[in-house]
Design a protein around this ligand. Structure first.
Ligand code: PGA
Length: 282
């Protein structure tokens, strides 16, 4: 199964840094293209960069298309729109993922961005319910459920973040807590593609990671919830782990049963480190 590795830049990087990151990324990526293309890589930049990165990727896609045609001794003439789309859009090495969306399509919501708007700037995924948004923007499971419905309506794949605090784990209530988060966030959702990111709050940005057994226990629970409660509405989700992932621990985490990928924060700000993490998937 293809692994999904996402670079969550959070509130970091503007245009110059993004250019530098993309340069580094493409250098590393093209050097080992045959391997890297087996991994589904996502870039989750701040909202002001979404459109910019989409056009940068489009430009690179056209350069790549020219190379392919040159190699095959063809010109752009006679190449169908579908083939162009296949190479330039579907073949792009990075898929664009937003860090949040509002649940309404439009309206008086100062400072917010709707799922419909994200779709227009080339997003394919959107992170919903990250613990930093739950804590800093008071997002409840009910609000998150509405955001997921809005994302699905726009054909965006939601990455629903769940995970317990240190206090909840110490009380031994982490499984129940995550169960509740999932049940309440997906109440009326019907979708083919969903990603769940298990991100224990105590591991985000702390350098602490759960043991392999702790991660496996949670992925087993998530699979069970979907098999028992959502089998008629949601296909089994991809399960990512997030929280202090680096190239030092990514290989071990990806080996854990039921883990289909990683959501990487701090370590993803360095393009080479991100590629190193991606390379632990093959
Ligand atoms: P971190 O963040 O890798 O910096 O711990 C992960 C996340 O919050 O998605």
């Amino acid at each position: 199964m293809t692994k999904i590795i996402a670079a969550n830049w959070k509130m970091n990087n503007v245009f110059d840094e993004a250019d530098e990151w993309l340069d580094g990324f493409f250098k590393g990526y093209s050097a080992n293209y045959d391997q890297f293309k087996k991994v589904e890589m996502l870039i989750c930049p701040p909202a002001i960069l979404l459109d910019y990165i989409d056009s940068e990727l489009m430009e690179d896609g056209f350069q790549f298309l020219e190379e392919v045609l040159k190699k095959e001794g063809r010109t752009l003439e006679g190449v169908s729109a579908e083939e162009i789309n296949k190479i330039v859009v579907e073949g792009r090495p990075l898929k664009i993922c937003a860090q949040d969306c509002h649940f309404e399509e439009s309206g008086s919501f100062t400072g917010d961005i709707s799922a419909a708007m994200l779709k227009k700037v080339g997003c394919e995924y959107v992170i919903i319910g990250h613990s930093e948004r739950r804590a800093n923007h008071h997002e409840s499971n009910e609000i998150i459920a509405k955001k997921i419905a809005a994302a699905v309506k726009q054909n965006l794949t939601p990455i629903l973040c769940v995970g317990e605090s240190k206090e909840i784990r110490d009380l031994g209530k982490h499984l129940h807590f995550v169960y509740q988060q999932i049940m309440q966030s997906l109440a009326d959702i019907k979708t083919e593609k969903l990603v769940i990111a298990y991100e224990p709050i105590w591991s985000i940005g702390t350098g602490l990671t759960p043991t392999s057994e702790q991660i496996a226990e949670m992925s087993k629970l998530i699979k069970k919830i979907f098999a028992e409660k959502f089998s008629d509405k949601i296909t089994q989700p991809f399960i990512l782990y997030g929280g202090s992932v680096t190239s030092q621990n990514s290989g071990e985490i990806l080996k854990i049963a039921g883990i289909d990928g990683l959501l990487v924060g701090k370590a993803s700000l360095d393009a080479n480190e991100f590629l190193k993490i991606c390379s632990s998937a093959f």
